[in-house]
Design a protein around this ligand. Structure first.
Ligand SMILES: *Cc1c(COP(=O)(O)O)cnc(C)c1O
Length: 395
């Protein structure tokens, strides 16, 4: 197949053709176990019958009317999201970056409305990932993703993740927002310490600063709770969701309280496609399945099995020095002799019929379907073991 896509995406010769549950088949008919989940998106696996039904039902009814009008699927989904979170209002969009863009714009405007234009500084974490628009990539904490697009938006500073003292030193009455991923996903599946999130909450309250949790990757059952911050008992002022929200259909959301949402008066922000009926119809069905005790308990149980299997494989092969994460978001840190070779390892895994992810150059990441069964999990671990053993001898 000839490649007509811009080269920011590396062309993979394995071309997926169709999927079912936790299995994917390529154009040659080769079968793969999918423990990548489309980067933590396919929370219910591939082609879940209930999602197909929701999508096709809505496809015969109404696709798009723009936000000049509201629709029943959008209102129903917003009602579900607010009923099960701290939030009162939802802004729908199409991606994680757009959700964070909305959150950051809202934080700037809220601060300006209530405290004046001097209160505009944003604090984020080193190695954070918040998306690829110019604002979100600048707020993200990896200069390699943003510096080539300078000049960047100003008034953004970064503190080391999990460093409450650095946050206390950086925050001031000029800070309008602190944005944190409860688990840093892209940069290595690194969970926040409770003490850090608690300090962030306290410092934000002291300085009348909004606390934003980016739950684009950690939300929607990924950590075996609806949202990861529930594990910590720390509540943000604004939260973003995307990835698994649509179970594979593109949709993002920014959630906040009535008081903060009131800074988004008519016309202050917008989107053409955001909250369209197709995306919301699928997300509604995905929400009901994900937010059930059965699914969340299953994710917890399968997460424990996966962590245990990966820990055992690490001990057997010596390739991993640490296995970490929560629920079904798990990272394996490569041991010293294999440092920064995660990219090679996932290629070897693919050759063994297994789809997994990197998270930075030194961590391999697992984000399988929340519904993955024992058989697929065990087959995935069998293939990973073979991949690790063959890679280790080449390495
Ligand atoms: C993936 C991700 C984003 C960006 O989402 P897109 O849909 O790619 O724009 C933002 N924040 C976090 C934590 C993510 O994992």
């Amino acid at each position: 197949m000839q490649n007509h896509i811009t080269p920011n995406f590396v062309f993979s010769p394995m071309i997926p053709d169709h999927g079912k549950g936790s299995r994917v088949w390529d154009r040659e008919g080769r079968e793969y176990i999918d423990l990548a989940g489309g980067i933590a998106v396919n929370a219910l696996g591939h082609c879940h019958p209930a999602l197909i039904e929701a999508l096709t039902e809505q496809a015969g009814k109404l696709w798009h009317v723009s936000n000049i009008y509201t629709t029943e699927p959008a209102q129903t989904l917003a009602a579900k999201l607010t009923e099960h979170t701290f939030a009162d209002k939802v802004f729908f969009c199409n991606s994680g970056a757009e959700a964070n863009e909305a959150a950051l714009k809202l934080a700037r405007k809220y601060a300006r409305d209530h405290f004046g234009e001097e209160k505009n500084e944003i604090i984020a974490c080193v190695n954070a990932f918040h998306g690829r628009t110019l604002f979100t990539v600048s707020v993200g904490g990896q200069a390699k993703y943003s510096r080539d697009f300078a000049p960047l938006p100003p008034a953004i500073t970064h503190v080391p993740f999990n460093d409450a003292e650095a946050l206390a030193a950086a925050i001031s009455e000029k800070t309008c927002a602190v944005i944190i991923e409860p688990i840093q996903g892209e940069s290595g599946v690194l969970p926040a310490d409770s003490a850090f999130l608690e300090a962030a909450r306290r410092l934000c309250d002291q300085h009348q600063t909004l606390l934003i949790f980016d739950e684009v990757q950690t939300g929607m059952g990924r950590t075996a709770k609806l949202f990861a911050h529930e594990h910590y008992g720390v509540t943000p002022d604004i939260m973003t969701s995307a990835k698994a929200l649509g179970g594979g259909f593109p949709i993002g959301a920014m959630l906040t309280t009535d008081k903060i949402a009131s800074s988004l008066g008519p016309g202050t922000h917008g989107t053409t496609f955001g909250g369209n009926p197709l995306a919301c119809a699928v997300a509604n069905r995905a929400f009901d399945i994900i937010n059930s005790p059965e699914t969340l308990q299953h994710a917890e149980q399968q997460g424990r099995k996966l962590q245990a299997a990966l820990t055992a494989l690490g001990e057997e092969t010596g390739v991993f020095q640490e296995v970490r994460g929560m629920g079904l978001l798990i990272g394996c840190v490569l041991a010293e002799p294999y440092r920064d070779r995660a990219g090679e390892l996932i290629q070897t895994a693919l050759n063994h019929g297994l789809m997994i992810l990197v998270a930075g150059s030194n961590v391999i990441r697992f984000a399988p379907s929340l519904l993955i069964d024992d058989e697929d999990l065990e087959e995935g671990m069998k293939r990973l073991r073979e991949a690790l053993l063959s890679w280790r001898t080449q390495a």
